[in-house]
Design a protein around this ligand. Structure first.
Ligand SMILES: C[S@@+](CC[C@H](N)C(=O)[O-])C[C@H]1O[C@@H](n2cnc3c(N)ncnc32)[C@H](O)[C@@H]1O
Length: 146
């Protein structure tokens, strides 16, 4: 059994996404014990100012770091990471040989440097930016076909 902590920023907002998540979780491979850990997102007043964005990243980053269990292998989803030829999440996880994995998806402002710095593996799925709630579903979907 491989334990996956999927660490996400904020809750799913739309009913369609909530229902989709329920459906996906019913179908995921039972060799993976998937736990979704939501951290509260920072409400932002002035997201157009880069100094504000950095503050939000730092605050959300600190909450994310507090949810990573000691000794877990850490995978971060980062748009600017080098794109790997092997984008099978299950292969990536199996190749680590580790049983306890934290997968981290940033919020609307992305991940802080501190979070990125402790990542063991950074994954970019494309150069396009996807909404974080959608990325959460996309990641979970990968565990159906492991
Ligand atoms: C809306 S995006 C954040 C955008 C932010 N401006 C940034 O540069 O990170 C929310 C999160 O979804 C994930 N994400 C979105 N698109 C991605 C992609 N193409 N590859 C990997 N992760 C992605 C990342 O974890 C990102 O922090």
């Amino acid at each position: 059994m491989i334990n996956i902590d999927l660490i996400c920023v904020g809750a799913l907002k739309s009913d369609i996404f909530k229902q989709a998540e329920k459906n996906i979780l019913k179908k995921t491979d039972k060799n993976y014990n998937i736990k979704i850990i939501e951290i509260e997102d920072e409400k932002n007043q002035n997201i157009n100012r880069s100094s504000e964005i950095e503050k939000i990243k730092e605050k959300e980053g600190a909450k994310i770091l507090s949810k990573i269990k000691k000794g877990n292998y850490v995978i971060t989803l980062e748009i600017d990471a080098k794109q790997s030829k092997n984008l099978s999440i299950c292969n990536i996880i199996n190749e680590t040989g580790r049983e306890n994995i934290s997968i981290i998806i940033g919020g609307s402002v992305g991940l802080s440097k501190k979070v990125s710095d402790i990542s063991n593996k950074k994954i970019s799925i494309s150069k396009m930016t996807f909404p974080h709630q959608l990325m959460r579903l996309v990641m979970l979907e990968q565990f159906i076909i492991c």
